[in-house]
Design a protein around this ligand. Structure first.
Ligand SMILES: C[S@@+](CC[C@H](N)C(=O)[O-])C[C@H]1O[C@@H](n2cnc3c(N)ncnc32)[C@H](O)[C@@H]1O
Length: 286
């Protein structure tokens, strides 16, 4: 069975209404952050951001399957010495729309370059907000297990009996935090912090994901032949990751150069390309 790549050129606000409801298993995306990259793709003012994003999140809610997951990469800036609050306001408004805010992962940007500010330290992390339609969302936790490493062989073995059982919790199967359950095991579940370097080598896009980022969420929340969407696909990292893992991919992008680069890249492979040109001109002029 082959996987599809479906690309739309245009504004996500309009492109999304071409997609049938309850068809997407996972959305992983990084929309433009407020007040950033004005010269390339706009830069929505922080106080207009929620108003701008809500029609999009309404459409995302419609297209996502009840078992699906939406991962939103976003981070508020410091403006005149204060953090913006638009991300928090957005979370509250999206909950009113019907989204459940189920988790927040942290992307620790391991290769953040040094800097000096008078009243804070360098920003080295971004939010990866998880939203769902229901609490019964699909999750394949075993797909992202990590090696225990020396930790299980050394530290766990030397724990006292009290230490081994003191974190017992009733999570899931009861395995939970009971440390003694992990002795002798090779693999453990990861935490909700992802330590990934930012993408420096991408020729086409200044804000591209490292491919490991969408890859991790695709493994965690989907299986082969499921459908993954990025409505702000940029250089298409989410789509490449999905495609490599044999997931169908749907992407929307407003800038023709980015869109065309992704289109070209997929054409050079043997993959089936299902392409629909959107009403780009009308959409962006509205
Ligand atoms: C932060 S970048 C995404 C980068 C992407 N994750 C990658 O790995 O390359 C946001 C992208 O959204 C696109 N964009 C901005 N406004 C849009 C809109 N209204 N509809 C669709 N795409 C939009 C921008 O052109 C930009 O490429």
């Amino acid at each position: 069975m082959q996987v599809d790549v479906e690309l739309y050129l245009g504004d996500a606000r309009y492109g999304l209404n071409k997609i049938a409801g309850d068809t997407i298993d996972l959305i992983v995306t990084s929309p433009p952050y407020a007040d950033q990259r004005k010269n390339t793709y706009g830069g929505i003012a922080p106080d207009k951001y929620v108003e701008w994003f809500l029609p999009i999140s309404q459409e995302l809610l419609r297209v996502l399957k009840p078992t699906g997951t939406f991962i939103l990469n976003i981070k508020e800036r410091v403006v005149k010495g204060e953090r913006s609050t638009y991300v928090m306001e957005l979370i509250l408004e999206m909950r009113k729309q019907g989204w459940l805010w189920t988790e927040e992962f942290i992307w620790h940007k391991k290769n953040c370059y040094p800097g000096k500010w008078p009243n804070r330290f360098r920003d080295a992390w971004e939010r990866l907000l998880q939203f769902n339609k229901t609490k019964q969302f699909t999750m394949y936790q075993e797909a992202v297990m990590v090696p225990m490493g020396d930790w299980s062989k050394t530290r766990l073995k030397t724990l006292s009996d009290t230490d081994k059982i003191r974190d017992t919790s009733k999570v899931g199967s009861g395995f939970g935090k009971n440390i003694s359950n992990w002795i002798g095991r090779d693999m453990a579940y990861p935490t909700n912090v992802l330590h990934l370097a930012t993408e420096c080598g991408n020729k086409n896009h200044s804000a591209a994901f490292p491919e490991e980022l969408p890859t991790w969420f695709i493994k965690l929340f989907t299986k082969e032949y499921d459908t993954v969407m990025d409505p702000f696909m940029g250089s298409g990292t989410t789509l490449y990751a999905a495609n490599k893992l044999k997931r169908n991919a749907v992407g929307i992008e407003i800038i023709p150069d980015y869109y065309n680069a992704v289109k070209e890249a997929f054409k050079t492979t043997d993959l089936y390309l299902f392409e629909k040109e959107s009403e780009y001109d009308t959409a962006i002029n509205q």
